[in-house]
Design a binder for this molecule. Structure first.
Ligand code: ATP
Length: 861
């Protein structure tokens, strides 16, 4: 077993070398032989199960029953059509579900973690899926361990193994060999890291010993079948609506049947009417269409650099009114360059650096030895702040000569990092970090190679210089060192000797200013949250128009002094939070939410997961983000760019808007149908449409326009509106009034066409005309539903060609059903005279025209 073997033995067994890693060719050979490092999904749903899932719904049961009863009542054509429609509908459903599932799978691939590996003596980043046994990997805080590994280096390494052991406290790992005992519990195998557990602190290196399904987690079957698709709040509401309509319909149908029978009508006629009503009332396509539109929207968002992890966030995005954003990398480009430095109690331009005294030598050592980044001409690996330091140090990098013996990793609470290095057999600690934190740990300063007392004058000079640098938007980082006498007993971070500091520029991203402007216009406030210095943050914030006055900034330490109520009161006027730690982020989100905001929060660090989870929309950085924070997020930005958040909000609003159009369209159509049937029952007319006509219109002719409305062109003005209130109903009162009116008019024109022909010609002819008028009027009306306020000619008849094609297709299908004799017997239809075709088209245009004219009222407002 790996835990009881020495690293040398393991390297030999696995044919690897911990210094250079595997060669690329060997790795790809192994990958081919043994397959990808991934957990294979649980068995996919079988075709039978897929079909059953489609059929398993009240409506389909009613339809099947209708089909069977029709058959026995001597209407075989009717029942054939019903079964054709059921099969068609199920097929479309299966195809679409499959499509949605595929796009979700693609999402999973996109958000799968990356691993840092050593191959061919180079450190590179690869997809965790491409890891093979024998790979040497490097782990740091926030990373999900990508395979089972045996550690050969652990620096304060702590791992959260709760996924595997249930133990909530992180386990401290080490490299010690454990006696060969098979029964030793997982939790006690301290030198092994298990796939899917999380590094919460420190750093480590290890050899991959098993991958994919051979890992411990791979063997635990329960982990696998967790790919259940969750429903969004809207989908849940629609499901409830659908169910309620279904139940209500069944009750009404039963009442109609009982009353009809008591009145002495024939069973068949009554049954026929009841079924017509049921089919007319139930919005069959609704949930499928919403699911498809959401899936398509998610795919579109991927192209715009936002990976949606939780479908419901697409809806929530539309109501977000506060975006809390990190500064570094999201608002700024995260390309740091040192442009000023302070040493020997004076400030200099970075271009004029000469390594000509002992203080400067140590200054450069502190920059390069206390540094985890690496860079050569073609590759930069690591934190941009640290890369900037390496670039500043130029060729003076001695990391291979002066080995790192100990380290205390950087964390965003302490804002410090320390290493202990062996320099010609003397141990030195080097600390770098935020000036305010570091200066408090120093009591001496090195000036031109001499160590002197850190007097108040010098201290003030340092603080003033830092302030100056921060005022010109520079990010400052300070350095100190000391000699360590006793490696085990000494505190590495006290009584330090101050060396100097640097000021780095990290310019704002060009496109961000405009995005912040757009956000403002659309009722969204942008708040900057940063670990950086207050003045640096304000200087950048001012440049980006986030803040106008320094009074709009608040420090993390100030948050600590406020009670919850005080913070809730003050938070309205704050646009920049500086020197904050991850715990502050949680407090900020909580306060913003408690005063009624819908908040999105960005994060990248190990400890950002709680604030991301607490926010209404948690957004993780795709490039700099840790695995942990990606796992806790609703959305991942693949380009870390603030602009993408605004684009995602815009997409979210548009997707929601389009879904609303589809729903309004489908409900209007259903209402039109119900009224047509209901009015005829009321006035004791024969039923103008048979169930198959209604079924055909609902499931076939209507579904394409509804889908096309769902993917309608986006409203250019959507970002001029305020965010949708979170608790507001999807369909407003004015929408409902319009919906009823439009449904009513559709009902009236359909009945009119039926009645005029019924007396003059015959029942089938009149039904055929009503069939045409009902379907055409719905198809035409879909054009007007594209915008609530704008006239169609203004948004352009041809600006949604998908809708035009859907309407054309619908019209052609209807013409075929009426004109071609072989379909006539099936659909119980009859060809119309040219005159009646013209009249049908004119009647069918009425609902559309009235709906357009009604826009005059809303338009003016
Ligand atoms: P944001 O939250 O906007 O991304 P940030 O990146 O500036 O802000 P942190 O990474 O938490 O926030 O950094 C906070 C401070 O810690 C910095 O201003 C800097 O002084 C110090 N710091 C940053 N990176 C390091 C590092 N690698 N080593 C030591 N100190 C660092």
């Amino acid at each position: 077993m790996w835990h009881s073997k020495s690293i040398e033995d393991i390297s030999k067994t696995l044919n690897t070398n911990i210094k250079t890693g595997l060669s690329n060719s060997c790795a790809s050979k192994l990958l081919n032989e043994n397959g990808k490092n991934e957990l294979t999904e649980g068995s996919k749903r079988s075709l039978i199960k897929l079909i059953f899932d489609q059929i398993n719904n009240i409506l389909v049961y009613i339809l099947i029953l209708t089909g069977i009863i029709s058959f026995f009542l001597g209407e075989p054509e009717e029942s054939i059509i019903i079964f054709i429609v059921i099969i068609l509908n199920a097929t479309i459903g299966i195809i679409q579900e499959n499509k949605a599932e595929k796009s979700l799978e693609a999402l999973k691939n996109l958000s799968s973690p990356k691993a840092i590996v050593k191959r061919d003596n180079k450190i590179i980043e690869i997809s965790s899926k491409d890891l093979v046994v024998g790979d040497i990997i490097i782990l740091d805080a926030g990373r999900i361990i990508p395979a089972d590994i045996r550690f050969f280096e652990c620096v304060n390494l702590k791992v959260d193994e709760s996924a595997l052991t249930g133990e909530s406290l992180p386990t401290e790992k080490n490299t010690n060999i454990i006696s060969n005992n098979e029964s030793i519990p997982i939790a006690d195998r301290k030198n092994i890291g298990y796939m899917s557990t999380i590094v919460t602190y420190g750093r480590g290196e290890g050899i991959v010993v098993s991958t994919g399904m051979n890992t411990k987690i791979g063997k635990i079957a329960s982990f696998l079948n967790n790919s259940k698709n969750e429903l969004t709040p809207l989908q849940k509401k629609l499901n409830i609506l659908g169910k309620n309509i279904g139940i209500l319909t069944i009750i009404i149908c039963i009442i109609i049947m009982i009353v009809g029978l008591i009145q002495g009508n024939k069973l068949f006629d009554i049954f026929f009417i009841a079924i017509s009503l049921a089919v007319a009332a139930i919005p069959e396509g609704l949930s499928t269409i919403v699911a498809i539109v959401l899936a398509l929207g998610v795919q579109k968002m991927i192209k715009k650099n936002a990976i949606i992890r939780k479908l419901s966030s697409v809806e929530t995005l539309g109501s977000v009114n506060i975006i809390c954003s990190d500064k570094t990398g999201t608002l700024t480009v995260n390309k740091m360059t040192v442009i000023e430095y302070f040493i020997n109690n004076s400030k200099f331009d970075a271009r004029e650096f000469k390594n000509d005294d002992n203080t400067k030598k140590l200054f450069i050592r502190s920059m390069t030895l206390c540094n985890d980044a690496s860079y050569s001409n073609d590759e930069e690996v690591g934190d941009p702040t640290e890369i900037a330091l390496l670039k500043f140090a130029g060729k003076n990098i001695e990391n291979d000569t002066f080995k790192r013996i100990r380290e205390i990793p950087f964390d965003s609470d302490r804002k410090l990092m320390t290493t202990v290095n062996n320099i010609h057999d003397i141990f030195y600690s080097f600390t770098k970090g935020a000036l305010d934190n570091l200066l408090n740990l120093c009591d001496k300063i090195s000036i031109k190679g001499e160590i002197v007392e850190l007097t108040d004058d010098i201290r003030n000079n340092i603080l003033n210089t830092a302030e100056e640098m921060a005022n010109s938007a520079l990010r400052t980082l300070a350095f100190a060192y000391k000699e360590i006498i006793n490696l085990t007993k000494d505190n590495y971070e006290n009584n330090l000797i101050f060396l100097g500091m640097v000021g780095m520029i990290d310019p704002p991203r060009k496109e961000v200013k405009q995005s912040i402007e757009i956000a403002k216009r659309s009722g969204i406030k942008t708040i900057m949250i940063t670990g950086d210095h207050k003045n640096t943050a304000f200087a950048i914030g001012k440049e980006l128009n986030i803040a106008n006055d320094i009074s709009e900034t608040m420090l993390g330490s100030e948050i600590d002094k406020l009670t919850d109520d005080e913070l809730n009161n003050k938070i309205k006027n704050v646009t920049i939070f500086a020197r904050v730690s991850p715990e502050h982020k949680v407090k900020i989100v909580r306060a913003l939410k408690s005063v009624g905001n819908i908040v999105s929060m960005t994060g990248d660090g190990v400890n950002d997961a709680p604030s991301l989870k607490m926010a209404d929309v948690g957004i993780a950085m795709g490039i700099t983000g840790t695995d942990v924070c990606k796992n806790a997020s609703d959305i991942i930005l693949t380009d870390d760019n603030f602009k993408t958040i605004i684009t995602a909000v815009e997409e979210g609003r548009n997707i929601f808007n389009n879904i609303k159009k589809s729903i309004i369209f489908l409900l209007t159509c259903n209402l039109g149908e119900i009224l047509t049937i209901f009015i005829s029952i009321l006035f004791k007319f024969p039923v103008p449409l048979s169930p198959i006509h209604l079924l055909w219109i609902n499931l076939i002719t209507d579904s394409l326009p509804a889908l096309s409305l769902g993917v309608d062109t986006y409203d250019k003005n959507i970002m001029n509106n305020k965010p949708r209130k979170g608790n507001k109903n999807l369909i407003s009162k004015s929408n409902i009034i319009k919906l009823i009116l439009n449904g009513f008019i559709i009902g009236i024109v359909s009945i009119t066409s039926f009645l005029t022909r019924y007396k003059k010609v015959n029942l089938i002819y009149a039904q055929s005309m009503a069939f045409i008028v009902l379907s055409f009027s719905q198809l035409f009306l879909s054009l007007s539903i594209r915008s609530e306020k704008e006239y169609l000619f203004k948004i352009g008849l041809f600006s949604n060609m998908k809708l035009i094609y859907s309407i054309l297709l619908g019209v052609i299908i209807q013409i075929i059903l009426i004109k071609i004799p072989s379909f006539n017997s099936f659909f119980n239809t009859q060809n119309l005279s040219t005159n009646d075709w013209i009249i049908s088209i004119i009647l069918s245009l009425i609902p559309f025209i009235i709906s357009e004219l009604l826009k005059a009222f809303t338009h003016k407002k």
